[in-house]
Design a protein around this ligand. Sequence first.
Ligand code: SF4
Length: 632
Amino acid sequence: MSNEVLNYDKIAEASLAKAQRDGAETMWDRRAAQKTQCGFGEAGVCCRICSMGPCRVSPVPGKGAERGICGANADTIVARNFARMCAAGTSAHSDHARDIVHALHHSKAEGPYKVRDEAKLRRIAAEWEIADADTKETYALAHELALMALEEFGKPFGTQRFLKRAPKARQEVWARENIAPRAIDMEVTTLMHSTHMGCAADYESLFRRGMRTSMSDGWGGSMIGTEFSDILYGTPTARASSSNLGVIDAEMVNIMVHGHDPNLSEMVVLAAQNPEMVELAKSKGAKGINIVGMCCTGNEMTMRHGIKIAGNFYQQEMAIITGAMEAVVVDVQCIFPALPELAKTYHTRFVSTSPKAKIAGDIFIEFSEATGLDNAAEIVKLAVENFPNRDASKVEIPDIKQDTMVGYSVETIIEHLDAVVNSQLEDELGTVKPLTDVIYAGVIRGAAGVVGCNNPKQQHDYAHITVMEELIKRDVICVVTGCAAQAAAKAGLLTLEAKDKCGRGLKEVCERVNIPPVLHMGSCVDISRILHIVNLCADQRGVDPALLPVVGIAPEWMSEKAVAIANYVVGSGINTYLGVIPPVLGGPNFTKLMTEDCHEFIGAHFVFEKDPIVMVDKIMEDMEAKRVALGI
Ligand code: SF4
């Protein structure tokens, strides 16, 4: 096991030492067993799209095979592989969204799935031009809206409804460049067709098709996932929470909910609050039931209920290694297949719930929207009854946790901005004007969305935290989601006190608006919240978002979903900085297209930079150049 990538994370060091003592295998053992990773795969030049292959072409021009058996060159192979990552990432976010919409379609006044933000239901219904959106009976409207949303996945004609949220200038770019996404399933399907053997072999065409598909994630699947989750479970508001493995409680029944879909986690939270279940836990010798969150499920639960965050992606194994976890409950995405085996080293029950993510060695309790609360109750009961099986000699919970503030939805940010509206200038309430005012005045130099996963190619959380600390020091406000948000939570950056780490301008803004300099905006699908607020700012100033001093950053990304995200952020006119280089460098023309040439037609591009300090230097240059171009 190599420790060099863990130097930054002291909990990891202690936790992995315990794993070794307990004879438990972790991702670090498996990472070491991989030895040197495949250079062809890393450069993106390995193709196994047909069974004449696999073919691998040389990532270095002039050395080795330049074409696969069919004649595909490095740029074609790289572009096809990249496009397929876009399709997979888009399908994951969007299928998650579809489940949320199904839950809304099941919703009723009496029952666990109900409309909890009626104002948002009516607002979106009006945005989607449903007649009588303000007067229709709540559930008739919810069901009508859900059906319309389901059509966004498969409608034969037209583009995504939420595109109208962008300023006209951006919509014109999308129309001109033919990257306005149509139905989500159509985009994914046609991209898979395009990348089938013997179809698209033009790297630029593949790039554009990958971008349009990814746009159906950002402005379709993810945005639907966010908005409809808010209708069902409530729009997040600012609230206190706590983060890191120290939130696991030795005296309680601990249940970790891991994955993405709030349909499951909301029901687990409800089931665990049932007094009968709490009494059962007490009868087993526990003080109660402690639900903790991991990865994006952690974000979903904390921003709506203040549920504590056990950690981000890397820490899914470490939570089990504490020896104090009665059950790990998962739904979809970012779940290590290694977890069931690891759980068996301890007393932990590993429960999977989705047929889409059945994992060998699990206890499978199928979750459905029709029986959600019953399924959740069965899972919580199983965890409670497992409490007496805990082996006290194996319990070791790191004594580290950090208070944090979470839940800054667009609506909550605007509410905070309302508190500083300049009534003497007769400014309106309910707008982002105070934010654009401080950006245009130069008090804040710009804004950054810092998002994404963890990746052992970077020190755990080091790139996330370094980027955020350097940006706020230079008066750039950060909004964060996903595992990046949890890295920020653990580092204390999501607190009001973090203002002391900021430059003068940002510190003053934090004090006046009463916000942390790094704002928790939710899970990875909630990057759509970031898109929304950037576009509100652009609209308010009457410019294309591409002109604003705003960037997207994924310092430690690893999943195909992150590829789709990066693509739709670039497609939305926002330069995007990646700290892990995607597998494209073997295609020199494709790489140049991503990092330079696409700026010509989309107004934004990718930047690959592994060093977080150098990355921030580049971001500052980027923002200052945009400020000059805007004349601000
Ligand atoms: Fe090889 Fe072409 Fe088949 Fe890919 S599609 S495996 S490059 S023959």
